[in-house]
Write a protein that binds this ligand. Structure first.
Ligand code: PLP
Length: 263
């Protein structure tokens, strides 16, 4: 007699590889494992990277990105998608075109540069992010540097976060999470769809080992959407997850170590 186990929720990351295992697809899949969902990946780029920074990055051909996506979606199906490092305008536009055809919620982490200042997106791709990718996003999760890159608004306080959020929403995502962690004081994030506003506060952990924070938050939101939560609840609980992951961040190599996924 055969038995069939329950099928877990399926979540897809469309992102770059971090050879050091702290950010990118590796952080996404760890987050998915921790949430009990089946994690899948469309690799967009490969980085040679460690705790000290990115030594090199190689983008995959458009056909390889498209074929990975179609393979996953045509057979297995997805309940949520997260995008991370997309590297170039052509990949941003390719991925945006693919995601325009999905009913699954899409979490866009508009990754620009790494904590070490390494570029993960070509400058000329920003306009494609604004006009092609953000319009297909259910949730966009920019940090303050990304808000400035996308909108020209340099946020210095919570009133500025509100202005930045409104300007990002103008590009078309249904929700935006403006991550205010770089402001002084305890970290605060703003979650809004232009009507509802949720301010999420958490105590600051003085821990420099925070590599992969942004990837982890966006993936945790995607997991929770796949599991059926609405956006405000998914972001609130994802923030609890990432706050714990930052608290447990640990040293690896000589530089900035990764957040912890609790194994
Ligand atoms: N490497 C890859 C492949 C990423 O996708 C990201 C972030 O999205 C990073 C590095 C940067 O991670 P962090 O800024 O947390 O160090």
């Amino acid at each position: 007699m055969t038995t069939s186990a329950a099928v877990p929720a399926r979540v897809l990351t469309v992102a770059g590889s971090d050879s050091g295992g702290g950010a990118g697809v590796q952080a996404d899949l760890k987050t998915m494992l921790a949430h009990g969902v089946h994690g899948m990946s469309v690799l967009t780029a490969v980085t040679a990277q460690n705790s000290l920074g990115v030594r090199g990055a190689w983008e995959l051909p458009v056909d390889a990105v498209r074929a990975q996506y179609r393979s996953v979606v045509d057979d297995i199906g997805v309940q949520a998608v997260k995008t991370g490092m997309l590297s170039s305008a052509v990949l941003v536009e390719t991925v945006a075109g693919l995601l325009a055809g999905t009913d699954a919620p899409v979490v866009v982490d508009p990754v620009g540069v790494s904590k070490h200042g390494d570029p993960l997106l070509a400058a000329e791709a920003l306009d494609s992010v604004r006009t092609k990718l953000l319009p297909v996003a259910t949730v966009a999760t920019p940090n303050l540097d990304e808000v400035a890159q996308l909108t020209g608004i340099h946020v210095e306080d919570e009133a500025g976060m509100r202005r930045g959020a409104a300007a990002v929403l103008d590009f078309g995502p249904r929700w935006v999470v403006v991550k205010g962690g770089h402001l002084p004081g305890d970290p605060v994030d703003l979650v809004t769809d232009g009507t509802e506003e949720h301010w999420l506060r958490a105590p600051r952990h003085e821990n420099r080992h925070t590599h992969g924070t942004g990837c982890t938050l966006a993936s945790a939101i995607a997991c929770r959407l796949a599991l059926g939560q609405d956006v405000p609840a998914a972001v609130r609980d994802a923030k609890v997850y990432v706050t714990g992951a930052i608290a447990g961040g640990f040293p690896l190599g000589a530089g900035i170590g990764p957040v912890d996924h609790g194994w």
